[in-house]
Design a binder for this molecule. Structure first.
Ligand code: CUA
Ligand code: CA
Length: 479
């Protein structure tokens, strides 16, 4: 995969959990700002905690443009987030309701909370112009904090046990499960109760919780098989626990029923886990991947940085069965499993792809045809080098610049064969880029080192791959 766009999110530090809106369409992405920072964060009130306002925010982005659409200030901090299947609500776990700046402080409260956002209400007010902005950004901001114990129209705070972590929606659209982390429990929130929560029809915020099963030590994340069962990772116990959601709800109501179906050891300390299509209505209950954070003795140690252990379970039967251990370089962290027929990637770059539109526009300005020309354009001390690549050679086997020139090298891979990527590595300049079939890639640098510097291909593309190289000659200033 390629990164299409990076968006800087203002007014926050460290985006942790994020989730897309699921319905009606994926038009929004919601992102948790984890750390509580002073506002304004301009260095004037670094020590005077009381004098600057401290908070973090929930951010909504446009999923297409990646523009920041609005932000909502919250009490506490934000860890993970999940949307619902109606499009109206999102929930986020908070482990720092204490708003503390040290570890002990962040564990002081017996309960933190899940903050629930009324996304429709926020969108409505932002559209109506009912928002503020913060210095240095024009992003609409609404205030979801409690004032004198009174809720804002945008949020509700549902107390859950100590320092919760992952929050996940069940495929039937009925529940969120918030994982206790420092509590052996997970909290099951019934989403049908959220409209009443916002209408203040419930006597207690915790009335939305319909089960709080005790699963084991360190529950971090939960996934679902579409047959009413949930699978939670137990970080401290190094186990995955399979449990039945309805049974847990009946148990919460007082019925004597066992909701734990199976516990399986994993190696070791699992974090995220995901059942196939578990984040969708189409959860098929076939496979489960558990990302174990520590492999310890599981693989031959080859140095201080050990592999992680991604473990695959067959969950199609009554019992989950471990079928594969997979060492992974630290650390992939999270996963989704979808069906092969749902992946429909482009196999070769389209020459009109916006990904390299700026390089195409630059070539047009220079009167260069990227697919045929191999040219050096000098423009004062700016030098633009255009070359093609066809295995096993670049269109230019050398080019010359002067010491101090700002050089832009643009390479267009004319090969059509899928999988025939070239690289462009320039020694002594920290440059190595990839150019896949029909792609244009470019890089700009200063030629500050006089001498001859080789560029060469870094993708094995041909029997003569080693010969795919050229020379940049940098003439010394005083030569
Ligand atoms: Cu091109 Cu190796
Ligand atoms: Ca806490």
């Amino acid at each position: 995969m390629k990164c299409d766009k990076v968006t800087l999110i203002p007014n926050t530090q460290s985006i942790h959990g994020l989730h897309c809106q699921r319905v009606p369409t994926t038009t929004r992405v919601y992102a948790n700002g984890e750390f509580i920072i002073p506002h304004p964060n301009d260095g004037k009130l670094i020590d005077q905690v009381d004098e600057a306002e401290h908070f973090t925010m929930y951010t909504a982005l446009d999923a297409e443009t990646m523009d920041v659409v609005w932000q909502c200030i919250v009490d506490g901090n934000l860890d993970n987030t999940a949307t619902d299947y109606t499009g109206r609500f999102a929930g986020a776990t908070c482990y720092n309701s204490e708003m503390a700046f040290d570890l002990a402080g962040q564990m002081r409260n017996e309960r933190d909370w899940v903050v629930v956002f009324d996304l429709h209400k926020i969108e409505e007010d932002v559209k109506a112009g009912k928002f503020i902005t913060l210095p240095g950004s024009d992003v609409p901001v609404v205030d979801g904090r409690k004032k004198d114990g009174k809720n804002s129209p945008y949020t509700r705070y549902v107390p859950v046990p100590k320092n919760p972590h992952g929050i996940h929606a069940s495929p039937d659209g009925k529940y969120w499960v918030a994982n206790g982390k420092l509590s052996p429990t997970v909290s099951v929130i019934e989403l049908a109760k959220l409209p009443d929560l916002f209408a203040d029809k419930l006597s207690d915020e915790r009335d939305v919780i319909v089960a709080e099963p005790e699963l084991g030590l360190g529950p971090l994340h939960t996934t679902f098989d579409g047959r009413g069962n949930a699978y939670s990772s137990l970080f401290i116990d190094s186990q995955v626990v399979k449990w039945n959601v309805d049974a847990a709800i009946r148990h919460y109501k007082g019925e004597k029923v066992n909701y734990i179906l199976q516990k399986s050891d994993v190696d070791y300390q699992p974090g995220h886990l995901q059942a196939s299509l578990g984040e969708t209505r189409d959860a098929d209950g076939k496979w489960l991947v558990v990302l174990s954070k520590f492999s310890k003795d599981r693989f031959l140690p080859v140095g201080p940085l050990r592999a992680e252990n991604d473990q695959l379970f067959d969950i199609s039967g009554e019992e989950m069965v471990l079928v594969h251990d997979g060492p992974a370089f630290a650390e992939p962290h999270d996963i989704n499993i979808i069906r092969r027929d749902q992946i429909n990637t482009k196999r070769v770059w389209d020459r009109n792809d916006p990904f390299f539109a700026s390089a195409v526009a630059r070539a047009e300005q220079d009167g260069v045809n990227l697919e045929t020309d191999n040219k050096v354009i000098r423009d004062g001390n700016k030098v633009r080098v255009y070359m093609t690549s066809v295995a096993p050679s670049y269109g230019l086997s050398e080019f010359e610049v002067n010491e101090g020139d700002e050089v832009t090298v643009t390479v267009t891979n004319l090969d059509h064969i899928e999988d025939l990527s070239h690289g462009f590595c320039l020694v002594n300049h920290g440059i190595n880029m990839e150019i896949s079939p029909q792609q244009t890639s470019s890089v700009t640098f200063t030629a500050s080192k006089p001498g001859v510097h080789y560029y060469f291909c870094t993708w094995f593309c041909h029997a003569l791959h080693m010969e795919m190289a050229g020379r940049m000659k940098v003439r010394a200033k005083n030569a």
